[in-house]
Design a protein around this ligand. Structure first.
Ligand SMILES: [Zn+2]
Length: 316
C-alpha cells in the first residue's frame, strides 16, 4: 500500500468586527493607557467590560476607570508559545483581577518560569510601545514587587476620546496537519498522471469521486478503483461575485457541481472558457490542467450538445 499523504493546511481569514460604544471605549482607552470597565446596576465592576449584565441581561453603559495593577486569580504555564501569542518566550496565561474590578481579565504574564508565578501575586500592565486600540496594547503583565496594596480606586469615566477606535480586524487562523486518508491519497496520486479516479461501492455499485473510502449509503468500505471523466456535466452552479483574498480569478465567475462521466457523485470546480451568464445546467465540460498543476485548474465546455436532465437529475 502506498504511503498516505500528509501536508500542512492553514485556514486563515480576517474577521472584521464593529465594536459598539462599550468595546470602542475599552480599546480606545487601552491606546491611551487607560483601562476601562463597566459598572452594573448592583455595583459590580466588570473588566473586560461587556455591553449587557451577564446576570440580569440589562444594558450597561456606565464606564469606570480601574487600576493598571492587579492580582493573579489563577494561571497556567505556557512552555512553548505559538505564532501570534503575546510573547515569544515561555510565559504564564493569567487571569488578573485589576484593582477596583470584580472580574478578571485574561492575558499573558512575563515571568522567568512557573516557580515565579502563584495565585495572589501582584502584577501590573506592561504597555506596548506602539498602541493602536487593541487588546495587544497591553503587551503583557509583569510581576509588581513595589506593592502598595489594592486601593480599589475606581473613578467614573465618560469613555470619550478623540479619534475613537470603532472596529477591529482580528485574524482567525487554524494550523492543521492534514491527512486525506488512504482513498483520497490514491485520488491525489492518480491526479499526478492527470487521471480522475474514484472508488466503487461493492454493494450499490455507485462510484464516488473524490472517494472517501466508504459508501455513505451502505456503510461499506470501498476499494475498487474506477477512472472517471475527464468529461462531465454541470448539474448545478453558482455565480461568484466576491473576490477571494489570494485567489487570482476575476469576478464574476462560475463555480459548479460537475458529474464526471462514470461518477455517481458530483464534485465541484470552476467553469472557464465561457461567459459566466451562458453557463447552464446540463452543459458538457472537460477538465483543464494548467501546465504545473496537480489538479484540474478549471472545466471548460466541450462541443457536445447539453445533457438531458434525466441523465443527471439524481446527481444534483
Ligand atoms: Zn453503497
Amino acid at each position: 500500500m502506498p504511503e498516505v499523504l500528509t501536508a500542512p493546511l492553514v485556514v486563515e481569514f480576517p474577521f472584521t468586527r464593529s465594536l459598539g460604544p462599550v468595546q470602542s471605549a475599552f480599546l480606545t482607552g487601552l491606546r491611551e493607557r487607560v483601562v476601562l470597565g463597566v459598572r452594573t446596576a448592583d455595583g459590580r465592576t466588570l473588566v473586560p467590560p461587556v455591553e449587557y449584565d451577564p446576570v440580569t441581561a440589562e444594558e450597561i453603559r456606565d464606564l469606570v476607570h480601574v487600576g493598571s495593577t492587579g492580582t493573579v486569580t489563577t494561571w497556567a504555564w505556557n512552555p512553548a508559545p505559538r505564532r501570534g501569542q503575546p510573547l515569544d518566550t515561555p510565559f504564564a496565561w493569567v487571569l488578573v483581577r485589576l484593582d477596583g474590578a470584580d472580574t478578571a481579565l485574561l492575558h499573558a504574564l512575563d515571568a522567568p518560569g512557573p516557580d515565579a508565578v502563584h495565585s495572589g501575586m501582584r502584577v501590573r500592565v506592561r504597555w506596548a510601545a506602539e498602541r493602536s486600540g487593541a487588546i495587544t496594547d497591553i503587551a503583557c503583565f509583569e510581576p509588581y514587587a513595589a506593592d502598595d496594596g489594592d486601593d480599589s480606586q475606581v473613578t467614573v469615566h465618560a469613555g470619550e476620546f478623540e479619534d475613537p477606535v470603532t472596529g477591529i480586524v482580528a485574524a482567525a487562523r487554524l494550523d492543521y496537519t492534514y491527512s486525506p486518508g488512504r482513498a483520497q491519497t490514491a485520488f491525489i496520486t492518480a491526479l499526478t498522471d492527470r487521471k480522475l479516479v474514484g472508488e466503487r461501492c461493492p454493494s450499490c455499485r455507485k462510484v464516488y469521486v473524490p472517494p472517501r473510502g466508504a459508501c455513505p449509503t451502505c456503510g461499506l468500505a470501498t476499494s475498487e478503483q474506477v477512472e472517471v471523466g475527464p468529461r462531465g456535466t454541470v448539474t448545478t452552479f453558482c455565480i461568484v461575485n466576491i473576490k477571494a483574498k489570494n485567489l487570482d480569478i476575476e469576478v464574476p465567475y462560475v463555480y459548479a457541481h460537475i458529474a464526471l462521466d462514470g461518477a455517481d457523485l458530483a464534485l465541484h470546480g470552476r467553469i472557464g472558457g465561457i461567459p459566466y451568464d451562458q453557463v447552464r445546467m446540463g452543459l458538457r465540460v472537460e477538465a483543464v490542467w494548467a501546465d504545473d498543476s496537480r489538479y484540474p485548474d478549471h472545466y471548460r465546455p466541450t462541443d457536445e450538445p447539453d445533457a438531458d436532465y434525466d441523465t443527471y437529475k439524481e446527481l444534483l
